[in-house]
Ligand binder design. Structure first.
Ligand SMILES: [Zn+2]
Length: 312
């Protein structure tokens, strides 16, 4: 199926760096406002006030922009403090009638702990998660704005996954609970392929090809990174980086959805770390970084051809 999908992507032969993107404009400044808005709710770890406020905000935005909204509630007992939480995946659907259905997802929860913080007295308090949480959601919320005004040529399912960041370091499967539940109990028809975006707001954005992604859907990775080069999106690096266990792995393992991850794990760079610390703040993110990913995803969505999918 992944080959079929790639065949209906229109491959442009325009020269490098002079080629405009497909489809409408992705507004990176409004996307960044979405990032700040989420952070203004405070930490969005399950059970917190910020979590409840942000959940309602995402549901409202989805209902205002999508053709259909599906809520997928579930519960999970995390393995560190053994707290049980009511969680929910939020699915905003566009063009539900299309024969081709793709997914673009991100986790909307933030981490209840800051175990990587240099201050050991602050390691038990929840992080703001400007990059680890808000950035991917900010791209998704702006994509919904784009698609509400410009119907996409294929079915696009924007999936806000919950419970990604309740995991215990060293136990991969304790991360990505929303993706585990989604893939084991598909709430919508099976998707043809999926792109996860995570930690894409880093002001010093670098995006090598993530290793699991390269194994799970190599054709899509190559197409996207090649297209990023054509569009002069310089954060995308045509080399294979770390293998990072993220929501794309359970999607592939449990449901066989050929899934990839666009992620910058070096936040901010090789010499310092803000990931899972109280430095994961809007001031360390940028609109330009969100734009790099949002412009590419917009181009990807509108690169699909309506006619070649069977004339439906
Ligand atoms: Zn995290």
């Amino acid at each position: 199926m992944k080959l079929n999908i790639l065949l209906i992507l229109i491959i442009f032969s325009c020269s490098i760096q002079t080629c405009g993107g497909n489809g409408p404009t992705f507004d990176q400044d409004r996307s960044f406002e979405y990032l700040v808005k989420q952070c203004d709710f405070g930490p969005r770890n399950p059970g917190s006030d910020g979590y409840e406020a942000c959940k309602q905000f995402i549901i409202d935005e989805s209902e205002n922009h999508a053709d259909d909204v599906v809520l997928q509630p579930f519960t999970y007992t995390e393995q560190k403090d053994h707290q049980t939480y009511d969680l929910v995946n939020i699915i905003a659907r566009f063009n539900t009638e299309s024969d081709v259905q793709i997914m673009i997802g991100a986790h909307w929860d933030t981490r209840p702990w800051a175990e990587e913080d240099l201050d050991k007295f602050k390691r038990r308090t929840p992080i703001v998660g400007a990059n680890d949480g808000a950035s991917g959601v900010a791209v998704l919320l702006e994509l919904m704005q784009v698609m509400s005004k410009n119907a996409p040529p294929v079915g696009v399912n924007i999936v806000f996954l919950d419970g990604e960041d309740l995991g215990v370091p060293g136990i991969n499967e304790s991360f990505g609970q929303g993706a585990h539940y989604f893939a084991k109990h598909l709430p919508i028809p099976k998707l043809d392929e999926a792109i996860i975006v995570d930690m894409v707001g880093d002001a010093q954005l670098t995006l090598p090809m993530e290793r699991y992604s390269y194994n799970q859907n190599r054709e899509l990775v190559k197409w996207l990174w090649n297209r990023a080069h054509e569009l002069d999106l310089s954060a995308f690096q045509s080399k294979i980086g770390y293998a990072i266990y993220d929501d794309h792995v359970p999607l592939y393992q449990h449901a066989g959805i050929p899934s990839i991850d666009i992620i910058d794990f070096k936040y901010p760079n090789s010499y310092a770390n803000y990931w899972h610390t109280h430095s994961d703040l809007p001031e360390n993110c940028s609109a330009e970084s969100l734009g790099q990913v949002g412009i590419l995803l917009t181009d990807y969505i509108y690169s699909f051809s309506e006619e070649t999918e069977g004339g439906s």
